[in-house]
Ligand binder design. Structure first.
Ligand SMILES: NC(=O)c1ccc[n+]([C@@H]2O[C@H](COP(=O)([O-])OP(=O)(O)OC[C@H]3O[C@@H](n4cnc5c(N)ncnc54)[C@H](OP(=O)(O)O)[C@@H]3O)[C@@H](O)[C@H]2O)c1
Length: 246
């Protein structure tokens, strides 16, 4: 049986990569999925490819007005996936400026805060809902020259736990996923470099480059009833990369 039959989901950053794979997987399981990204025409093209159960709306997740429009457009939401993210501000900690700090917080962190606060009250009223936050293994270990990214992902993991504690008694589960290296546009600076890609994969017990669908299947588990006794957790999906310490 379809695991998400009749459910309504929002997946931010659904125009490509992990978000698109999550949208495709949720639609396969019977959900209606509202996707957002910054360009309406890109989203329209993705919706045309996946099918009519995808509802596209342009929304910059760093903007409060856009978030409100997205939530109004979606209607009563059963599942929220905070996936949109950026890793633009890379470099040594001492070279980061306040504008970069603010941008990373706005897009990677405040977006999730705004969306959860906009969507969760309705979930609580209805007594059910599932929120999945896409964090990163960089939120569990510091990424060299990725302090701002790591910081926002670490905070997203703690935000997940904090909301889980408060919303659980009201029927809403909140979990996170910490992907390792996944083959998408965001990480192409890394996996397109043969030396970096190979050294990463050599450290993984599972020796292939992670694919978006491998994160999407975990998001499906967390979104659906299969995870009815799970909340506040962060699933690390990295081919075992973090196991190698020496
Ligand atoms: N790939 C990895 O190795 C990896 C590892 C760990 C965690 N992650 C996390 O996984 C999530 C998805 O990343 P990905 O790898 O799938 O990256 P991606 O292929 O670059 O996709 C990012 C998505 O987010 C959207 N987006 C970016 N900025 C946005 C904004 N301000 N407002 C609305 N949408 C925005 C993009 O659409 P537009 O550009 O059209 O707006 C796109 O749909 C991110 O949170 C990332 O941090 C990725």
């Amino acid at each position: 049986m379809s695991q998400l039959q009749g459910k309504i989901a929002i997946v931010t950053g659904g125009s490509r990569g992990i978000g698109r794979a999550i949208a495709e997987t949720f639609v396969r399981e019977g959900a209606t999925v509202v996707i957002c990204g910054r360009k309406q025409e890109t989203l329209d093209a993705v919706a045309a490819e996946i099918g009519p159960a995808v509802k596209p709306l342009a929304c910059h997740v760093g903007r409060a007005d856009d978030i409100r429009r997205l939530v109004d457009f979606a209607g009563p939401v059963d599942i929220l996936v905070n996936n949109a993210g950026t890793n633009v501000a890379q470099g040594p900690c001492l070279e980061m400026d306040e504008a970069q700090f603010d941008k990373m917080v706005e897009v990677n962190l405040k977006s999730a805060f705004r969306l959860m606060n906009a969507v969760a009250p309705g979930m609580c009223e209805r007594g059910s809902g599932s929120i999945v936050n896409i964090a990163s293994i960089s939120g569990l270990r510091p990424q060299l020259h990725g302090m701002l990214y790591s910081m926002t992902k670490a905070a997203l993991i703690m935000m997940t736990q904090s909301y889980a504690v408060e919303l659980g008694p009201r029927g809403v589960r909140v979990n996170a996923i910490a992907p390792g290296l996944i083959q998408t546009k965001l990480s192409e600076y890394y996996w397109k470099d043969d030396a970096r890609r190979n050294s990463q994969i050599d450290r993984q017990p599972i020796r292939h480059l992670g694919q978006p669908r491998e994160i999407a299947e975990a998001a499906l588990l967390l979104a659906g009833e299969g995870a009815s006794y799970m909340t506040g957790q962060t699933l690390t999906i990295d081919g075992g990369f973090l196991l190698s310490s020496i």
